[in-house]
Design a protein around this ligand. Structure first.
Ligand code: BGC
Length: 349
């Protein structure tokens, strides 16, 4: 079968390869891949900056934001032939650590977890894949191809859970949230904020195009310019860019007792001048909490499925801004200014 594969840490090595059918050892459920979303992590892997091949192999099958249709499944299990499904990305470490042992693999403590399409386990950007029942999530068939947004939505569902848990350290009645970045993660974080009835502000550098419209059509407010001017003293900031200056701005401008949740991954190498004393003083005297958040466990996939089911399908359809066929996979990695979520269509839905 065909698969997009890469030699991790080797730029220019990504290709459409002919690979073996998925191994039975990956699980009894056989899935036909319909679509795979592309994100910054894939771009990093393709650029040679991130990723790990499976043991004893040179190449890794790319792709972790999946949508597929079940071809074969054992009777009496959680999914049946024809169901639309999404594969969970992370697998617990084999030890397992205390967190993986209770299925909170997103908090793996020893780093020995694997991730499909990223770390030591083939991804989903192949014509078919196999999976075990505990790592497959069934989605509402009505979502169709929009189900490909489940994985990025699971990442923001986890971020919101972090915000709730950290905010809940004292009386917590948030009203206003600022999201930095109007990419797919920022937009999906804004969607959940609006669904929670919050006053949602989104800041991004694009002054025109689809992003401002998507934010406004959610009922949120779109800003460009400085964080301080966009939204004074928000209760919550969800940072979705990884841009170092925005991370610092978020920490300095969140409201008293506020929570900053960092979801963007910075590339490093950006040294900023910062008055650490003033930052420390504000954070301490104002009880500011900053929490990093990565990945998602099954509970977050389920929360994400509920959020997508409640969302306007026409709005979600505009978040999926470009679709490319498998043969032209490389086009999906070329960023266009108006791209939001670009997906590779593997088999026709
Ligand atoms: C994925 C996460 C993963 C993270 C780090 C993100 O793009 O959505 O599932 O844990 O990359 O590898």
């Amino acid at each position: 079968m065909k698969a997009v594969t890469v030699i991790p840490l080797k730029a220019g090595s990504t290709e459409l390869s002919e690979v073996d059918e998925p191994p039975e050892s990956d699980g009894p459920i056989l899935v036909e891949t319909l679509a795979v979303g592309i994100c910054g992590t894939d771009a990093e892997i393709v650029s040679g900056a991130y990723g790990w091949p499976p043991p004893d192999r040179e190449r890794l099958v790319l792709g972790h934001e999946s949508l597929g249709r079940v071809l074969e499944a054992p009777a009496g299990g959680p999914v049946s032939k024809g169901d639309l499904v999404v594969g969970i990305v992370r697998r617990p470490d084999p030890v397992p650590c205390a967190n993986c042992a209770v299925l909170e693999w997103d908090f793996c403590r020893n780093g020995l977890y694997t991730e499909r399409g990223i770390k030591q386990h083939d991804g989903y950007l192949s014509e078919r894949y196999r999976i075990t029942p505990d790592f497959v999530v069934k989605i509402d068939g009505a979502l169709g191809v929009l189900g490909v947004l489940l994985e990025p939505t699971s990442v923001v569902a986890k971020a919101w859970e972090e915000v709730d848990r950290v905010g809940g350290r004292a009386h917590w009645d948030p009203q206003r949230v600022l999201i930095t970045g109007a990419g797919p993660i920022g937009l999906l974080a804004a969607l959940i904020g609006v669904q929670r009835g919050l006053e949602v502000h989104v800041i991004d550098q694009m002054t025109s195009g689809v992003k401002p419209d998507l934010v406004r059509d959610l009922g949120a407010t779109y800003h460009t310019g400085a964080v301080a001017d966009a939204c004074p003293s928000p209760d919550v900031i969800i940072e979705c860019t990884g841009v170092a200056s925005l991370v610092l701005d978020a920490m300095s401008h969140v409201g008293i007792g506020g929570v900053v949740c960092l979801t963007g991954v910075s590339s490093g190498g950006h040294v900023l001048e910062v008055d650490e004393g003033a930052l420390n003083r504000t954070m301490v005297l104002e009880n500011v909490a900053v929490v990093g958040s990565v990945n998602a466990n099954r509970r977050h996939y389920e929360a994400a499925a509920a959020a997508l089911a409640k969302a306007d399908p026409a709005w979600l359809g505009r978040v999926v801004s470009r679709r490319v066929p498998l043969e032209r996979w490389a086009d999906a990695l070329d960023r266009n200014p108006d791209d939001v979520k670009v997906i590779v269509e593997v088999n026709p839905a």
